[in-house]
Write a new protein. Structure first.
Length: 428
């Protein structure tokens, strides 16, 4: 028997009754465990009869082990009866330790963080604005200009280097007159204005000519990795070549070099690009529309998640980044900076928000599936298992061991939920 008390949206207190019969079975299990380590003259280890054990040590010697066995046997059943799903280890207490006695029932209490109930808001008729899929003339021109720039060739330039030009240089960096590790390069092609070097470096090479020797003075940024942060440095550079980009002209010869099917003239190429951009905009608009529909439903709904659950999700994200950093041979902090996070705390804060949203999405979808009676057929399940197996029927059995039917069914039904939300959305 279980009594349930909601302490909050995400924490419950259970009062669980262990019957006399259940406790007697737990005592038997405790004896079987304890007797293995009992040494009594005349008996092999583990062979001491229960009656002799009890006469010597008493039932009380088994109570601690028996209580543990009783908890293991009744706690899962209590959770099912209470219809709650724990997310952390429980806090367990005996209601009355003095009441523990063979042949009698006893109660224990459990306080545990659980998955909260979701408060589902409006999910039919959400108002969402659809992105425009119109392709403008300037869009076509910008795309073609980028293609032309991508086909540009660097040619030797006589005279001074300008922003956008590429200089081929040898360089070596010094701090207080001493060369530092990692500050040297030879025949390095550097595009001026690419911002690929320390701020201020590239600008000081503007105006340089082939065979010039240039001293570049910089200060490393405060957040620069290693021991170089905030330090002043001098780079001695030798300019070997200055190259400038020559962009091809848009004409029929250029179009034919692209080798596009049924595209031979400039006009045909422009129409080809217009259709390409249209298809891309339609796909992007549909993707954004779907994301906005889901976001609108999530904003209409809420659930109070226990911090313990959120912490677990954040920790998984931290471990994922740590594994990725190790794979790249980087420190985790450096990889986080590459991703745009100032530090680990900044990443934790962003991760917590994402974890909350993902958990809410899961609960919202589960509730809609239940309310709408959404199901999937056995055929859909088998097709999804085959898809996960990469189309290899021989791997389906192994995939089924990794993913339960409930997991795969939820995945399938989630797409149906999204379709339902989109179909009922009101576009602005």
């Amino acid at each position: 028997m279980v009594k349930v008390e909601r302490l909050s949206e995400n924490r419950v207190k259970l009062v669980v009754t262990v019957s006399a019969e259940q406790f007697d079975l737990a005592l038997d299990a405790a004896f079987e465990k304890v007797v293995k380590d009992i040494k009594v003259d005349g008996f092999r280890p583990g062979k001491l009869p229960k009656s002799i054990y009890i006469s010597r040590f008493g039932w009380e010697s088994l109570y601690n082990e028996a209580i543990e066995f009783a908890f293991q046997g009744t706690y899962p059943m209590a959770l099912r009866e209470a219809n709650v799903y724990p997310v952390d280890d429980p806090k367990v207490d005996l209601v009355d330790p003095a009441a523990i006695e063979k042949g009698k029932s006893f109660d224990y209490t459990v306080e545990v963080d659980v998955w909260p109930n979701v408060h589902l808001g409006e999910y039919k008729g959400v108002k969402v604005k659809k992105q425009s899929t119109r392709v403008l003339k300037k869009d076509v021109e910008a795309y073609i200009n980028n293609v032309l720039k991508g086909k540009a060739e660097n040619v030797i330039k006589e005279g001074e280097a300008s922003l956008g030009d590429t200089v081929v240089i040898d360089f070596e960096g010094f701090i207080d007159g001493v060369a530092f590790e990692g500050g040297k390069g030879e025949n390095y092609s550097l595009e001026l204005g690419s911002n690929s070097f320390v701020p201020g470096f590239e600008e000081q090479l503007v105006g340089a000519k082939s065979e010039d020797n240039v001293e570049v003075k910089v200060t490393f940024p405060e957040n620069y990795h290693g021991d170089l942060a905030s330090k002043e440095a001098v780079f001695k550079c030798v300019v070997h070549e200055v190259k400038t980009k020559v962009v091809p002209v848009l004409d029929e010869e250029f179009v034919k070099e692209l080798e596009l099917e049924n595209v031979n003239t400039v006009e045909e190429y422009q129409e080809y690009v217009k259709k390409l951009l249209k298809d891309q905009k339609v796909a992007a608009a549909e993707q954004q529309f779907e994301a906005d529909c889901i976001e609108a439903v999530l904003k209409n709904s809420y659930a109070e998640f226990p911090q313990s659950l959120i912490n677990q999700g954040v920790e998984r994200e931290i471990q994922r980044v740590a594994a990725q950093a190790k794979q790249y041979g980087l420190e985790a902090e450096m990889l986080l900076q590459y991703y745009g996070f100032a530090n680990l705390d900044d990443f934790k804060k962003a991760s917590e928000e994402n974890v909350r949203k993902e958990f809410l999405r899961e609960l919202v979808f589960e509730e809609i599936i239940k309310l709408e009676g959404i199901t999937c057929t056995p055929e859909e399940l088998e097709a999804k298992y085959l898809e996960i197996a990469g189309g290899d029927q021989s791997k389906v059995k192994q995939v089924k061991k990794q993913y339960s039917e409930a997991q795969v069914a939820f995945h399938i039904n989630s797409f149906k939920v999204v379709d339902l939300i989109k179909a009922n959305a009101v576009t602005k």
